[in-house]
Design a binder for this molecule. Structure first.
Ligand code: GBH
Length: 482
């Protein structure tokens, strides 16, 4: 495997954007304050069946609903040029359906946050949807009912209307793969549905259509006067063949198509639609299992044309790399069996506190190259990258090492390979509610004390490190040794 361990001393292109990110459910708390409606994550964490390893919730989380000014001060200290955060749909539109009304307190909250950022010279970069669907829409089937795309279109329009005068960078949907596969296939994430190979594909289909609706509304109705940009955020891993065997080499490429191409091909490719290999493999297994038609939904020709090209950049979230081996996962039907992929890790790759996250810096460079080659040199905006450690580590040397090596691999992709990366986002600004891991895994540049009602924030070593990278715009060559 082509790794290049040599450190590259160089700086990033002028104007390269540095930022940090969070999401609404993970930090805001105030889950039912001031008229906010319930979301599927509120419902999921309050369920009688435990879903969260430490039994915790995001009811209070970092209390950023009340402490947002502190967060902005941390961002200012880092010297970032932008802050990626998400809007809570049900804080703005409590039922999810605008015909039932909106919540002025929600508008006020995001106006205050946006204005505070701008007053401190930080650009807001806003994710419309980071997994917290209004529960009211889940009652109608949520992402499984195509009507959700109408609701998402109305909500997006509403957000552009109220905030687009000041927000110039938008993201439609964060990691549709996770929402589809973990929310509707494995069922470990809200809404907790586990029908792998069936409902994950159906949710994915509507997520893609919803993304395209929002992009077109922005493009047609708001871009001419607001002049911003808007894109999707993809969950990416790099899949390295487990052996040189051509079957494993093909399995690894197929795994990239099942992971990234599923949502990427319809939007970023020349032809649109799902990747051919995905259509072929899902159809094959569907037939073999006696389904009357492929379990992968079909786009109409009109939909293919409507979805294709709905991007201004490729929002890329990246954390880790896996090995792919050709083989049949034993459960049918299932997404993983459809791909005929057996995923694993190389045991020599350093672990993190998250079981799914191993430290494999060269995979970042490879995935950036893969996306650039696959989608014709599309501008890539790295919208998440980060490392999980255990709670309460202030001198977080492992995170500093992770960021050093990953950011350096991104630099190699730009300088040595010619990949067009336009910005980078460290996940996360502050320790927060890490979904099913609760507060047991930490991603923050700043520590949050979740036992203290005031939720004090404390800089970790990684905050000082990242601040220096931003100030230097990379890794300038050290002075020559005398
Ligand atoms: C991002 O997703 C999220 O956008 C962010 O909210 C989150 O806090 C951050 O990463 C850190 O987790 O092994 O097949 O079960 C990445 C979420 C969750 C995706 C775990 C991979 C494991 C898939 N990841 N998931 S699997």
């Amino acid at each position: 495997s082509c790794q290049d361990d040599e450190f590259l001393y160089d700086t990033f292109p002028e104007g390269f954007m540095w930022g940090s990110a969070t999401s609404a459910y993970q930090i805001e708390g105030a889950w039912d304050q001031d008229g906010k409606g319930e979301s599927i994550w509120d419902r999921f964490v309050h369920d009688d069946v435990p879903h969260i390893v430490d039994g915790s919730t995001g009811d209070v989380a970092c209390d950023s609903y009340n402490l947002y000014q502190e967060d902005v001060a941390l961002l200012k200290n880092l010297g970032v040029s932008f802050y990626r955060f998400s809007l809570s749909w049900s804080r703005l539109i409590p039922s999810g359906d605008l015909r039932h009304g909106f919540n002025q307190a929600g508008i006020d909250y995001y106006n205050n946050l946006i204005n505070e950022l701008l007053a401190n010279g930080i650009q807001p970069a806003v994710t419309l949807y980071h997994w917290d669907l209004p529960q009211g829409l889940q009652e109608h089937g949520g992402w499984l009912n195509v009507s959700v795309t109408d609701r998402f279109a109305e909500y997006s329009d509403f957000a552009f209307l109220f905030f687009g005068d000041r927000v110039k960078t938008w993201f439609t949907i964060n990691e549709p793969w996770v929402q589809a596969v973990q929310g509707h296939g494995f069922g470990d994430f809200a809404p907790g549905i586990n029908q792998s190979g069936i409902l994950d594909y159906q949710a994915g289909h509507n997520l893609i259509l919803a993304h395209a609706r929002a992009w077109h509304i922005y493009d047609g109705k708001y871009r001419p006067t607001q002049g911003g940009r808007i894109g999707f955020n993809m969950y990416t891993s790099f899949l390295e063949p487990k052996t040189d065997n051509p079957d494993d080499v093909f399995a690894a490429e197929r795994a990239m198509q099942f992971l990234i191409g599923w949502f990427g091909h319809p939007v970023y490719s020349q032809d649109g639609d799902y990747p051919a290999v995905m259509k072929e493999f899902v159809a094959f297994h569907s037939a073999e299992e006696g389904f009357p038609e492929s379990r992968l939904p079909q786009f109409t020709p009109e939909e293919i044309a409507y979805v294709k090209g709905t991007y201004d950049f490729f929002g890329l979230n990246h954390y880790t790399t896996m090995l792919a081996e050709n083989g049949l996962f034993p459960y049918a039907p299932s997404y993983i069996r459809d791909g005929e992929i057996i995923p694993s890790f190389n045991e020599s790759w350093p672990e993190s506190a998250a079981i799914w996250l191993r430290v494999v810096p060269w995979g970042f460079r490879k995935v950036l190259n893969w996306v650039s080659n696959e989608y014709n040199g599309v501008p890539i905006f790295v919208t998440e990258n980060g490392y999980a450690d255990s709670p309460d580590q202030i001198d977080d040397v492992d995170r500093v090492n992770y960021y050093t090596s990953y950011i350096n691999e991104m630099l190699k992709a730009i300088k040595l390979d010619g990949v067009n990366v336009i910005g980078y986002t460290a996940w996360s600004l502050i320790d927060n509610f890490e979904w099913t891991a609760g507060y047991t895994e930490r991603f923050g540049l700043y520590h949050v004390d979740f036992n203290d009602p005031l939720r004090p924030r404390t800089p970790k070593s990684s905050a000082a490190f990242y601040k220096q990278v931003i100030a230097d715009n990379g890794f300038p060559a050290p002075p020559p040794k005398l």
